[in-house]
Design a protein around this ligand. Structure first.
Ligand code: GTP
Ligand code: MG
Length: 283
């Protein structure tokens, strides 16, 4: 739907991972936008799912609903010209009394722009909205209509975060996420959902990060797929991840990536000493 894409565009950095597959976002990420005297904390969540069953969906939904606790407003992202029973169910699940700004995304995809108004009318009939803002998360350059609509529902108080702050997550976590994104990009079908990424070592040197990471898979056959013939696949994954890390961290990255079969693994990498990333330049 474009929640993570939108968050990245609002922050101006690629913090959150994006893929064509559903349920890419697995863990919550706070993106911080400071715009003069206004500050917005955007919580990127896994999408609410009602179309997929099973444990993964249930735990995703729990996280998405929990993320709503303590927020001042919701920016609910749907896709232009797509509003089915599932979307309606999500709308109904949003707590009453919480201002909901409806973000209609991907308007660049509309074949006929005239369909937007009847679409808005249809969605508007489903529940109350504080505002309705059509966007193209990918193409728009200015998101001030969205920020203005949300700002109306934020409390007036001193800034909560340093104006340079970008997120509550540190480089170590972001490195893990970037690697996960590349698994989605380079591996087909279900495999990325069955992999985990572990950061084994993360050295922060002046203007350099030395990162040793492992892709954990459940079966030897999966390991072979991740590595690819002659190691080409793994090399492509590592190299794409390294470039993204360099641009996000603003320094050189040395990345060593391994693949390991680990049966009965419990997915939980320790975050160690992971200071939140800021937009400040390193000296
Ligand atoms: N054409 C077009 N594509 C978009 C736009 N915004 C996002 N996308 C694409 O939609 C797909 C999903 O985007 P994500 O940002 O990962 O969506 P998400 O809502 O975070 O998805 P999950 O984390 O899986 O719930 C990606 O392929 C994006 O490139 C947009 O404004 N226009
Ligand atoms: Mg996402």
């Amino acid at each position: 739907m474009g929640k993570s894409t939108l968050l990245n565009r609002l922050i101006g950095r690629k913090l959150a991972i994006v893929s064509r597959r559903p349920q890419t976002t697995r863990s919550q990420l706070l993106g911080i936008v400071t715009d003069g005297s206004r500050q917005f904390g955007f919580v990127d969540t896994p999408g609410l799912q009602s179309n997929r069953s099973g444990h993964r969906s249930r735990s995703f939904n729990r996280e998405a609903v929990q993320a709503l606790e303590g927020v001042d407003a919701v920016a609910w992202v749907i896709e232009a010209d797509r509003f089915g029973a599932e979307d309606e169910a999500v709308g109904a699940a949003l707590p009453a009394g919480l201002p909901v700004v409806l973000v209609i995304n991907k308007i660049d995809r509309l074949a006929d722009k005239r369909s937007l108004l009847p679409f808005i009318d249809r969605v508007r009939a489903s529940r109350e909205f504080a505002a309705i803002v059509p966007v193209s998360a990918e193409r728009d350059a200015d998101f001030s209509p969205l920020l203005d609509a949300l700002a109306e529902h934020l409390p007036r108080q001193p800034l909560l975060y340093d104006p340079d702050a970008l997120t509550d997550r540190g480089e170590r976590h972001l490195a893990t996420e970037i690697l996960r994104e590349k698994l989605f990009r380079y591996l087909g079908a279900e495999l990325p959902y069955e992999c985990d990424v572990r950061i084994d070592q993360f050295e922060e040197l002046p203007r350099l990060r030395r990162i040793f990471a492992t892709v954990l898979v459940a079966k030897p056959g999966q390991k072979a797929i991740v590595i690819g013939e002659g190691g080409v696949q793994l090399k492509a994954i590592a190299s794409a991840a390294r470039l993204d890390m360099e641009s996000l961290f603003g320094c050189k990255v040395y990345l060593e990536l391994w693949v390991k079969v680990e049966r009965n693994r419990r997915a939980k990498a320790s975050s160690g000493d992971d200071r939140p990333l800021t937009g400040r330049d390193e000296g």
